[in-house]
Design a protein around this ligand. Structure first.
Ligand SMILES: Cc1cc2nc3c(=O)[nH]c(=O)nc-3n(C[C@H](O)[C@H](O)[C@H](O)COP(=O)(O)OP(=O)(O)OC[C@H]3O[C@@H](n4cnc5c(N)ncnc54)[C@H](O)[C@@H]3O)c2cc1C
Length: 351
């Protein structure tokens, strides 16, 4: 592939959706990705939840009414294209320990803004296999099996000869008057989707990132079956396959290593024990860095000084729901000249 229309660096959520929309629009693409040290993929560690309500105050996710329906349709269409199943609708059962939370959620559930998302709020125990709780809220939620989704799209790229499995070194990039050259490949345009590794990118590393490390345990649970729901009680517990579940996570802005740590393993294990009455076995432990931004909005757009370079990043804690919508917006911007939402456009940092 000596000449392509677009080069994309990274095949996490951002790069996958950018490449997907470019290919759908009929453009040729080369995706360069090295999902291993020193560039671990946050998307491969993520639990894949599209959570409509978040935080201690149960606030509706930013842009939920726009990005969630868009993402639902996008993942379902991609399942058909890839002939692979990775998207599901699963209620999120949020265990409530305080009467204030129960009252607050009951009030929210009557508000028109929250009606599509809060299915029920009950002052009873959800399941006897769980530790004591005052009540629970059940939210309408979707989730994506991230490794299945990313691997299926990677194989799709491979079949089209559109994947280059190698580290991308910015020193090998030459900016041409009408495009870019990297090794023996030239392209009209390059889109960086490097996640937290953007700190190594000399063109975009000044964007105000606030990386947030997160860890997750994989556990085996044989004495109870929570495969039809997502549990939330401090940590999320979500079914992977068979007897296996994902449990996490935490947020760390100051960390000395990007590797999993014993301290957080113990913290998450304690939170699982605070949730489940039944025994479980820890079978895996992962860590990754979320590419979060200072104001929790993504970074989308073309470099004001280098019109052949664009970026989709800053997806933070919400990459699963934000990536399809903003990748589509960026691709339309590049191919049709349509505008990018002011709240996410990177132009705001170059005044
Ligand atoms: C523990 C945890 C749980 C999470 N749970 C959720 C969740 O439930 N729902 C949700 O919406 N979000 C969740 N997130 C956040 C989500 O993972 C991120 O928003 C999302 O993955 C960011 O995607 P990205 O494509 O920008 O970055 P990444 O997924 O990190 O992708 C970047 C890709 O670029 C590659 N790369 C980078 N630099 C280079 C280079 N120089 N050369 C070659 N390849 C390179 C990397 O290998 C990687 O494949 C979670 C994150 C963590 C850590």
């Amino acid at each position: 592939m000596p000449q392509v229309d677009y080069m994309v660096v990274g095949q996490g959520l951002a790069g996958t959706w950018v490449a997907c929309y470019l290919l759908q629009a009929g453009y040729s693409v080369a995706v360069i990705d090295h999902s291993a040290a020193p560039f671990p993929s946050a998307s491969r560690v993520a639990s894949g939840i599209m959570n409509p309500v978040t935080g201690k105050r149960f606030v509706k996710t930013w842009q939920a009414d726009t990005v969630l329906p868009f993402a639902r349709q996008a993942y379902q269409q991609l399942e058909q294209l890839l002939d692979t199943s990775f998207f599901a609708q699963k209620p999120l059962v949020w265990l409530l320990q305080h009467i204030q939370d129960l009252n607050h959620l009951q009030a929210l559930s009557a508000e028109p803004d929250y009606v599509p998302y809060i299915e029920t709020v009950q002052a009873t125990t959800f399941d006897p296999a769980l530790q004591a709780h005052l009540g629970y809220a059940q939210l309408r939620t979707n989730c994506v099996q991230m490794p299945v989704f990313l691997t299926a799209f990677r194989q799709y790229l491979e079949r089209q000869n559109a994947l280059i499995e190698t580290p991308f070194d910015h020193k090998d990039l030459t900016l041409l008057p009408q495009g870019v050259q990297w090794r023996n490949i030239s392209a009209q345009h390059l889109i960086f989707c490097e996640g937290a590794a953007i700190r190594h990118n000399p063109y975009f590393n000044a964007l105000p990132f606030v990386p947030a490390k997160g860890e997750a345990l994989h556990i085996r649970l044989v004495d109870a079956d929570f495969s039809r729901i997502i549990l939330k009680n401090g940590v999320f517990i979500i079914h992977i396959d068979g007897d296996y579940y994902w449990a996490g996570s935490n947020y760390e802005h100051q960390y000395s290593t990007e590797q999993p740590t014993e301290a957080i393993r113990q913290q998450i294990a304690q939170q699982i024990s605070d949730t489940l009455r039944c025994p479980y076995e820890i079978v895996g432990h992962e860590a990754a860095v979320r590419p979060a931004s200072l104001n929790r909005r993504p970074f989308v757009g073309t470099h004001p000084q280098y019109p052949q370079l664009s970026v989709l990043n800053g997806l933070g804690t919400k990459g699963v729901s934000l990536a399809p919508y903003y990748a589509a917006q960026l691709v339309r911007h590049l191919t049709e000249g349509s505008p990018i939402d002011a709240a996410v456009a990177i132009g705001r940092f170059w005044n």
